[in-house]
Design a protein around this ligand. Structure first.
Ligand SMILES: [Zn+2]
Length: 174
């Protein structure tokens, strides 16, 4: 076990017991644990039946969260519940909505094989959440809504989900 792993393990255990770090454990140690895969997975809320496949997809969500700016990652971890489903989507295969003070991001990864595509989808949906939380009352045309989510996904390094937004023109956003 290397030193980094030892610190994360100890940090994780202290956190789980609700204890504070000892005097030798600095805020930096905590920050390091918090942005480690273990720390992010520990702070992430997921819902639904957990299959092996879902857990593999949760690891991809962790990868995306790890690469987001700290402030955004913290907001997502605090507010978002990640749900996996195999139900058919209606208008949008990846539904998202506000409710009960938090937001659900619902993924249907059935039919998406490429890991890169999954990462982009995750970042795009998180983009929707961040974009909506900035303007909670303002209604935005669907094509503009999709563009904003893609702008954020691209900014975070995961590329764009759509090449064109024509298909959303005149539609209502979810
Ligand atoms: Zn979208």
């Amino acid at each position: 076990m290397d030193l980094g792993e030892a610190i994360r393990r100890e940090a994780g255990q202290s956190m789980m017991k609700g204890k504070e770090f000892g005097p030798k454990k600095t805020k930096r140690d905590y920050d390091k644990w918090e942005r480690s895969p273990e720390g992010i997975r520990y702070n992430m809320t997921t819902m639904g039946d957990v299959t092996t496949e879902d857990e593999a997809n949760n690891c991809l969500i962790v990868q995306v969260l790890q690469r987001l700016p700290k402030r955004i990652r913290e907001k997502v971890l605090e507010k978002v519940i990640f749900v996996h489903t195999v139900a058919d989507g209606t208008v949008h295969p990846f539904l998202h909505g506000e409710g009960g003070g938090g937001a659900y991001i619902i993924f249907n990864f059935r039919g998406i094989k490429s890991e890169k595509r999954k990462l982009c989808t995750i970042a795009h949906e998180i983009g929707h959440f961040i974009s909506a939380s900035k303007n909670p009352t303002k209604s935005v045309p669907a094509d503009e809504n999709e563009r904003r989510a893609d702008d954020l996904s691209e900014k975070w390094g995961f590329g764009r989900a759509y090449k064109t937004y024509k298909r959303f023109k005149g539609a209502f956003s979810l």
